[in-house]
Design a protein around this ligand. Structure first.
Ligand code: NAD
Length: 435
């Protein structure tokens, strides 16, 4: 059992802290956001993440997990400090490290003499951040008995608990044998269950995370670009993806054409990698195109709507799904944000529904749209129905009821979840992406 603190109790920090407690460690999660910590202290999970609230309750009861706003105290009382603060997109597209730097300072101020402590960077950060953190700590403390580890996180929102408990890989970037041993002990309950652990140098670990996200983003943009071609020549991109996926060198995952990638990671990580390479004189041409293709793809649906409905002024568009992907309440960089913003510029009226995210979306974007409480309500007098996020709830619906509520029969499937032939047989005019 290791005493661990987590600094930054967001999507990553909370899942990390809870799952490390579940593995048997004693964990204290800290955050400067009082509201978040107060909810957690009452046993309420501040984010929507399947299975997380139950696991939090279980570990709080077992006295392995606690929450505090006193960040220095949490750091002072633990040997291993995971920093999981945000690294949002900065002004010049580079990763903004201000929160990481704040944590490094606090870490330095709490270092005691003759006590070896680890700063474990869980946030996604550019190559070289480990050195920056090391320097901040050295500059702010007389104690040199510490080390900085890179331990990037690969969990997926919506499946985060399972991803953390059964990781496909654990990556540890280290420079000191003692740190390696401590990290091996922290992750022992996971490696005991056959999860592979890779020890490497700090810079390679930092780059593994950016490289992985950028590779996934590249696959998405590749398929989206081909979807545009596919549509013109009369092929079906879903069939193309299926055929490609049988090839073991390619595999079936991340080949779905749709409305582009969003969320709190891929968009900022791709541009941050481009920017950090530029700063050392390396031009990442391929990734620049990946980003450009994604930008176009996010609002491709608006072009389709204009082709079908002409001037969108005064037209009512019903929207199913607002979160950036299903099974999460995260709306950061969601395609819905871009689509709705463009539709509002064109003076369309929006009626939207998301099973979980209506409130988050309302607070985050302040759009003048109507939020509906059911998927059917969205369709009332709608000139088109657009599926943006493929929540399971949207896979099955009563066609006659929906068509009866709408002012037209136009259904645009932004995620290619419906069978075009079957939908058309039910009386809809169906448009997908690349098919
Ligand atoms: P988040 O915004 O949900 O959480 C960050 C938390 O840090 C917030 O609660 C904030 O209040 C807190 N914080 C900021 N400054 C602090 C300070 N000085 N002391 C204590 N707390 C502080 O962010 P997130 O989505 O959890 O992402 C965190 C990092 O993990 C990012 O670098 C991100 O790129 C990376 N990451 C995210 C995911 C994901 O799916 N969300 C997956 C892998 C990696």
């Amino acid at each position: 059992m290791t005493k661990i603190s987590i600094v930054g109790t967001g999507y990553v920090g909370l899942v990390t802290g809870t799952c490390l407690a579940e593995a048997g460690h004693e964990v204290i999660c800290s955050d400067i956001n009082k509201e978040k910590i107060s909810l957690l202290q009452k046993g309420v999970c501040p984010i929507y993440e399947p299975g997380l609230e139950e696991l939090i309750k279980k570990n709080v009861e077992k006295k392995r997990l606690s929450f505090t706003t006193n960040v220095p105290c949490a750091i002072a009382n633990t040997q291993v400090v995971f920093s999981a603060v945000g690294t949002p997109m900065g002004e010049n597209h580079e990763a903004d490290l201000k929160y990481v730097k704040e944590v490094a300072k606090t870490f330095a101020q709490t270092l005691k003499q003759r006590e070896f402590k680890l700063f474990v960077n869980k946030s996604t950060v550019p190559v070289g951040t480990g050195d920056i953190v090391k320097k901040i700590i050295s500059d702010n403390s007389k104690n040199i008995d510490f080390d900085v580890i890179s331990n990037p996180e690969f969990l997926k929102e919506g499946a985060a608990v399972n991803d953390f408990l059964k990781p496909e890989r654990i990556v540890i970037g280290f420079s000191n044998q003692k740190s390696k041993e401590i990290m091996a002990e922290v992750y022992e309950p996971f490696t005991r269950q056959q999860s592979p652990i890779m020890f490497t140098d700090v810079k390679s670990a930092e780059l593994i995370k950016y490289a992985s996200n950028s590779m996934l983003a590249t696959r998405i943009s590749f398929m989206n670009e081909l979807a545009r071609f596919s549509e013109v020549v009369g092929a079906d991109i879903k069939e193309v993806a299926k055929g490609m996926g049988f090839d073991s060198r390619i595999g079936p995952k991340f080949l779905q054409a749709g409305l582009g990638y969003g969320g709190s990671c891929f968009p900022k990580d791709v541009v941050a990698l481009i920017e950090s390479a530029k700063q050392v004189g390396v031009n990442l041409e391929l990734l620049k195109s990946v980003e450009k293709v994604n930008f176009i793809q996010k609002t491709i649906i608006v072009d389709k709507l204009e082709e079908e409905l002409g001037d969108l002024k005064g037209k009512t568009i019903g929207i199913w799904g607002l979160s950036f992907k299903p099974k999460t309440d995260d709306v950061r960089e969601a395609s819905a944000k871009y689509i709705i913003s463009k539709l509002l510029q064109k003076k369309a009226k929006i009626q939207a529904y998301d099973p979980i995210t209506n409130e988050n979306f309302k607070q985050e974007f302040n759009f003048d749209i109507t939020y509906c409480s059911t998927k059917e309500e969205v369709c009332k007098s709608a000139n088109a129905l657009v599926l943006i996020t493929e929540w399971d709830e949207f896979r099955i619906f009563n066609s006659q009821e929906i068509l009866g509520l709408m002012n037209s029969n136009l259904l645009i499937d932004g995620r290619n979840i419906y069978n075009p032939k079957k939908i058309q047989e039910k009386g809809f005019k169906y448009l997908g992406i690349g098919r």
